[in-house]
Design a protein around this ligand. Structure first.
Ligand code: ATP
Ligand code: LTN
Length: 352
C-alpha cells in the first residue's frame, strides 16, 4: 500500500446495517411476477435490515442493442415499479447506473485486472452470445461481468442478493476484489454471495419447465406487473397443468401445478401444505380462481401506483437525482482511492 497515500479512509459498511446492493436491467417496459417474487419482494424486506442500494443497470442494458427512446422510457417505468412495489427511496438508495459515472470508470480499471480466459469462462456471456450469434455479440457483452463487479465494489457491498444464475459473476467479483487488495492494498470489501432461494423461482405458466422470463417466446406464460386484472385472470385460468386433476405438490411430475401452488403460498403468505390441504379434492379450476384473486390483489395496487408515479415524471426524476447524489458520494470515494492506489496523478479538480 502506498505509504504516502492521502486517501486511506475507506468507508466501511456499518456492521449493524450491512451494505447491500442489487440491480436489474431496464430492458422491458414492465417487470413480471418472477422479478417481483424473485427480487423485489426480498429487496423490500432487506431494506429494513440493510443499508441498501438498488439500481437500474442501464449501462448493462446497452450490451445488447436497445432503442434509445424505449430505453429511456423503460428506465423510468422500471424505477416507478420498484417504488410502487415497496422499495422506499427514503430508506434505500435508488438510482440509475449511468447517473453515477464511477461505474464506467471503475469497470475500466477492473478490465485491466481481468484475464481474457477468466472472462471467457463466464457462462452467461456464452449463452447470450450464442443467442445473437458470436460475431454479432459486442465486446461490452463480453465485459458485462466486470462492469457488474465494479457496481458491487464501488459501494463496498457485503451482501448482493441475486438469483443462482448470477453466482459466477459474484465469484468473479470476489476474485477481482481479492486480487486488487493484494496488489494495491486493502481497498475493497469482498462481498458474500447472497443467493436467493430456488423456492422463489417462478416458472412460465405455459411452459413450466422454463423460468418466467421476459425473453420467453410467448407472452401468455408471463404475468406482467402492468397487465390489466382481466388479462392476469385469463393467463392464470389458462395456465398449463396436467390431466390427472389431483391437487398435490410434485415439482417433477406436476410442474405446472407446483408453480401455481408456489405462487399461492408466497403471495398468500402461507405454506404450500396448507394450500394443498385447502384445495385437495377440488378441481384445478377452483384453485386457479382463488389464485387469480390473490395475484390481482398483489399486482393491481402496484400497477395503479406505477401509473400514478408515471404521471409526474418530474417528481420521479427529482427522487432519482437526490438518490444519485447519495450514490455518487459513496462511489466517488471508492473510485478516488482506487485511482490513487493504482498510481494515477491526482487531478487538481474533478471534471464532471
Ligand atoms: P432475461 O430474460 O433477460 O434473462 P429475466 O426476465 O429473466 O430477463 P432478469 O433481468 O435476468 O430477468 O432478472 C432480474 C431479477 O429478477 C433477478 O434478480 C432475477 O433473479 C429475478 N428473476 C427473474 N426471473 C425470475 C423468475 N422467473 N423467478 C424468480 N426470480 C426471477
Ligand atoms: N446481471 C444482473 C443485473 C446486475 C446486478 C449488478 C445484480 C447488474 N449489476 C450488481 C447485482 C449486483 C442481472 O441480470 N440480474
Amino acid at each position: 500500500m502506498p505509504l504516502d497515500s492521502p486517501l486511506t479512509d475507506i468507508e466501511r459498511p456499518d456492521i449493524e446495517r450491512p451494505r447491500l446492493l442489487s440491480g436489474m436491467q431496464p430492458s422491458a417496459d414492465s417487470l413480471h411476477l418472477g422479478n417481483y417474487i424473485g427480487a423485489l419482494l426480498s429487496w423490500k424486506a432487506l431494506q429494513e435490515t440493510h443499508d441498501a442500494f438498488f439500481f437500474l443497470a442501464d449501462l448493462h442494458a446497452i450490451t445488447v442493442p436497445q432503442d434509445p427512446a424505449e430505453l429511456r422510457a423503460n428506465t423510468r417505468r422500471t424505477m416507478a415499479q420498484y417504488i410502487a412495489a415497496g422499495i422506499d427511496p427514503a430508506k434505500s438508495t435508488l438510482f440509475v447506473q449511468s447517473h453515477v459515472p464511477a461505474h464506467a470508470e471503475l469497470a475500466w480499471v477492473l478490465n485491466t485486472l481481468t484475464g481474457f480466459g477468466e472472462a471467457a469462462r463466464m457462462t452467461q456471456f456464452k449463452d447470450k452470445a450464442a443467442k445473437q450469434g458470436q460475431e454479432a455479440a459486442s465486446v461490452g457483452l463480453f465485459t458485462y461481468p466486470i462492469l457488474q463487479a465494479g457496481d458491487i465494489l464501488l459501494y463496498q457491498a457485503v451482501d448482493v442478493p441475486v438469483g443462482e444464475d448470477q453466482r459466477q459473476h459474484i465469484e468473479l467479483t470476489r476474485d477481482l476484489a481479492t486480487r486488487f487488495n493484494s496488489r494495491f492494498g486493502d481497498t475493497f470489501t469482498v462481498p458474500k454471495p447472497y443467493i436467493l432461494k430456488d423456492t422463489a423461482k417462478i416458472f412460465d405458466l405455459q411452459n413450466p419447465g422454463a423460468k418466467m422470463s421476459k425473453s420467453a417466446e410467448s407472452p401468455t406464460g408471463l404475468i406482467w406487473l402492468l397487465d390489466e386484472p382481466k388479462v392476469t385472470e385469463k393467463k392464470i385460468m389458462r395456465a398449463v397443468t396436467d390431466a390427472d386433476g389431483e391437487v398435490r405438490f410434485d415439482r417433477e411430475a406436476k410442474p405446472g401445478l407446483a408453480n401455481l401452488l408456489t405462487l399461492f403460498a408466497i403471495l398468500g403468505n402461507r405454506s404450500i401444505e396448507s394450500v394443498v390441504e385447502e384445495f385437495a379434492g377440488g378441481g384445478y379450476g377452483t384453485l386457479k380462481k382463488a389464485l387469480a384473486a390473490i395475484v390481482v390483489e398483489t399486482v393491481e395496487p402496484i400497477r395503479t401506483r406505477t401509473l400514478e408515479l408515471l404521471e409526474d415524471p418530474a417528481e420521479l426524476d427529482r427522487i432519482l437525482a437526490a438518490n444519485a447524489e447519495k450514490a455518487n458520494a459513496v462511489a466517488e470515494q471508492t473510485l478516488a482511492t482506487v485511482y490513487d492506489r493504482v498510481g494515477f496523478l491526482p487531478p487538481l479538480r474533478r471534471h464532471r
